[in-house]
Design a protein around this ligand. Structure first.
Ligand SMILES: Nc1nc2c(ncn2[C@@H]2O[C@H](COP(=O)(O)OP(=O)(O)OP(=O)(O)O)[C@@H](O)[C@H]2O)c(=O)[nH]1
Ligand SMILES: C[S@@+](CC[C@H](N)C(=O)[O-])C[C@H]1O[C@@H](n2cnc3c(N)ncnc32)[C@H](O)[C@@H]1O
Ligand code: SF4
Ligand code: SF4
Length: 335
């Protein structure tokens, strides 16, 4: 029997193999970042969320189809009750090379050690500013000291890598890029800068006005440090630059200025079990229905995952002037 009759890997119509899945475990969060959420969010009722067992079942099915990197995200993944159990289950999966989490860091003093013990390899922590007042404004209610303590806890726990993520907004934090890089590199962390994406209606924040491109950031950084581009690939969308002769890196996630859709290797699942084939499009499949209609029958789940590859679009159509292009908030999409 030919391999096309019984495909064992997830390959889309454009020949891109899916090896990376982002699983959102909640759309809730203890912060309200201005670019991510509106102030008065309505969250998904708890009974509509996938259970942790269902998420683990999905993770297992993806890994059996050649996925080797899982990233747990949200919302804030570490506010979901009993979340450690999920990490422990996923950490056991044979064939999984990278079990990762993206977090705002507020709960890491409580969880860092246990995440490491469960098999988490790398942690990405979001931090857009080093200034307490600015942090409070950008997150609408956050205390930066909790996040700084969380970063220390993650560094002490001994993960392969801890990375910072910063969304850069003109006139809000663009003047801090050098300080953020120095903060990260002094502690042995990489840092990635993210261009804001037009996901969801978020109130009075003007995305077009706040746009600050990766090239502008790179120019600002090169005023004070040597950075040269390297081919490093974490399986994620960032382009990396190495600082001088050190191992410290700066990454750029630039959906607007350096579109990376041609080499897309990922899909994501929302907390309700909707498989989104692209962050910037609406193409999706209801995996919760498949999971619940076929308890204990992973063959059907596998068929559905393979069939979903026909739905994956070529790329996004982000346009910062036409706000919003996608009505889902980033927190509901799974970062
Ligand atoms: N447009 C687009 N942006 C993405 C995609 N995946 C991740 N991003 C953006 O990159 C941000 C940071 O992603 P992370 O959660 O740190 O994951 P990652 O970049 O894969 O992390 P590494 O494993 O460290 O490479 C996300 O919050 C998104 O803003 C994608 O498929 N498309
Ligand atoms: C949605 S959050 C989920 C995980 C966790 N709560 C956190 O903040 O790291 C994942 C990442 O998405 C980024 N993000 C949120 N909204 C965004 C937007 N509109 N454009 C670009 N990145 C965004 C955040 O800065 C964060 O690094
Ligand atoms: S970016 Fe993360 S921390 Fe900020 S509101 Fe969104 S989900 Fe919460
Ligand atoms: S925007 Fe869509 S196609 Fe482009 S990299 Fe992200 S998920 Fe892949």
């Amino acid at each position: 029997m030919s391999s096309t009759a019984h495909p064992t890997q997830l390959v889309d119509r454009f020949g891109r193999q899916i090896t990376y899945v982002r699983l959102s475990v909640t759309d809730r969060c203890d912060l309200r970042c201005v670019y991510c959420m509106s102030e008065d969010m309505t969250f998904v009722p708890r009974e509509q969320l996938l259970t942790l067992e269902e998420i683990a079942r999905l993770g297992k099915a993806f890994v059996a189809l050649g996925v080797h990197k899982l990233r747990i995200t949200g919302g804030e993944p570490l506010v979901r009750r009993n979340i450690l159990k999920l990490f422990e289950d996923l950490g056991q999966l044979e064939g999984l090379r990278d079990l990762t989490v993206t977090t705002n860091g507020t709960q890491l003093t409580r969880y860092a050690k246990d995440l490491k013990a469960a098999g988490v390899t790398r942690v990405n922590i979001s931090l857009d500013t080093l200034d307490a007042e600015r942090f409070h404004k950008l997150t609408r209610l956050g205390d930066i000291n909790k996040v700084l303590a969380g970063i220390d806890a993650a560094l002490e726990a001994g993960f392969q890598r801890v990375k910072l993520n910063a969304v850069v907004l003109k006139h809000r934090n663009h003047d801090e890029v050098v300080d953020l890089v120095n903060f990260a590199h002094q502690r042995g962390m990489d840092i990635s800068f993210i261009e804001e994406m037009p996901l969801g209606v978020i109130g009075d924040h003007d995305r077009a006005e706040a746009y600050y491109s990766s090239d502008e950031i790179l120019r600002d950084l090169r005023g004070t440090m040597a950075l040269h581009e390297v081919e490093d690939n974490t399986g994620g969308p960032a382009r990396y630059f190495r600082r001088g002769h050190t191992d410290s890196r700066v990454g750029f996630i630039s959906p607007h200025s350096h579109n990376f859709c041609d080499t897309c290797n990922r899909v994501r699942v929302t907390a309700e079990g909707r498989l989104l084939l692209c962050l910037g499009q609406e193409h999706s499949m209801d995996l919760r229905r498949v999971l619940r209609a076929n308890p204990g029958d992973d063959a059907k789940l596998r068929e559905a995952l393979l069939a979903s590859m026909a739905l994956k679009p070529k790329g996004h159509d982000f346009d910062l002037q036409a706000q919003p292009v996608i009505f889902r908030h980033m927190s509901a999409t799974g970062g």
